[in-house]
Design a protein around this ligand. Structure first.
Ligand code: UDP
Ligand code: MG
Length: 313
């Protein structure tokens, strides 16, 4: 018998959690060769999510849970789940059924063949998401593919079934600024990709607004590429060259036509532009510095308030 740990980050999922639980238990029933543990991670929900989770934990001994002291974000929830998991194989799944539990059967069978260490999923379309989100996501993957050595698969979801070995490798990376799509790829191992049509969220609403996603994208870029730093240095060099050429032009013009003082408007424009570029580059450096700053503080990635062990008291 193989043990499978299913990790589910939940943030205000009172509506979708019951649907998810029904689905996953149905699939678990079909998979006779495995025993399951469901690790529900309550990421500081403000609705009835924790109560629902407690109920499940009381009536179903396969259900374990970790409840955070506040909202720490999906990355922290996934990390906490991975740390708690003890299964031979571990999967991470969203609570909104956008990651179809039925795929687990195929994923498990493929892992059992022994050729792969991880079966990952990617959705082939993004219907159901806003136009703005689709466009930005597309651009993000285009840019990161160019500037990072770590491969990021377009449309990759966090839904994947991994061997113990791979989970341990991911856990060995204790960084504070976590960008899982990068970490999964960074650790290597043999990954098989299976594709599926994007599913609509079954209930509730998306927890990622545009701003949250944007900063997540910045997290990915800063975490897995130092190209923006090179880019800012490059802009510096280009501007030096332009300045040098302009000096030559001015000297030659003055020698030929004398020195009528002019060019005030162009000067103002140049000052504005150059200081803009400078601030932009300082911002890039600042972003890296900020991440280093947070990293050196060594703060915990999450803080637990309650687990299933507290129930039995
Ligand atoms: N989630 C979380 N903490 C957060 C935001 C999201 O644990 O701060 C969970 C959420 O409950 C869900 C999963 O992460 O199970 C994916 O979130 P969502 O479906 O809102 O994201 P989307 O599908 O829109 O990318
Ligand atoms: Mg979702």
């Amino acid at each position: 018998m193989k043990k499978i740990s299913i990790i589910v980050p939940c943030y205000n999922e009172e509506e979708s959690l019951p649907l998810f639980y029904d689905e996953i238990t149905k699939v678990a029933k079909k998979m006779k060769k495995c025993v399951f543990e469901f690790i529900l991670v309550n990421d500081g929900s403000r609705d009835k999510t924790l109560e629902i989770i407690r109920d499940y934990a009381k009536k179903d001994e396969r259900v374990r849970y970790i409840s955070f002291s506040r909202n720490f974000g999906k990355e922290a929830a996934m990390f906490a789940g991975l740390e708690a998991s003890i299964g031979d194989y571990t999967a991470i799944m969203d609570a909104d059924l956008q990651d179809p539990p039925r795929l687990l059967v195929e994923m498990f069978d493929t892992l059992e063949e022994g050729e792969y260490d991880c079966i990952a999923t990617r959705s082939t379309s993004r219907h159901g998401y806003s136009f703005l989100r689709k466009t930005f996501t597309k651009w993000f993957y285009k840019i990161i593919a160019k500037i990072s050595k770590t491969e990021m698969v377009d449309g990759a979801r966090d839904f994947r079934l991994m061997t113990r070995q791979m989970v341990d490798a991911i856990l060995s990376m204790k960084e504070y600024n976590r960008y899982s799509k990068g970490l999964f790829s960074f650790v290597g191992f043999n990954t098989k990709w299976i594709e599926f049509e994007n599913q609509d969220r079954q209930a509730g609403t998306s927890k990622f607004n545009f701003f949250k996603l944007f900063s997540y994208a910045v997290e990915g870029i800063v975490g897995f590429s130092t190209a923006p730093l090179v880019f800012s240095a490059l802009i510096g060099v280009i501007f030096c060259i332009i300045a040098f050429l302009l000096i030559l032009v001015i000297i030659i013009k003055t020698l030929i036509w004398g020195d009528p003082v002019g060019g005030w408007p162009s000067l103002v424009c140049i000052i504005f532009m150059v200081s803009g570029v400078q601030l932009f580059c300082t911002g890039i450096i600042g972003e890296y510095l900020a991440k280093t700053y947070l990293e050196t503080k060594n703060r915990p990635i999450y803080i637990v308030k309650e687990t299933e062990k507290d129930l039995k008291k």
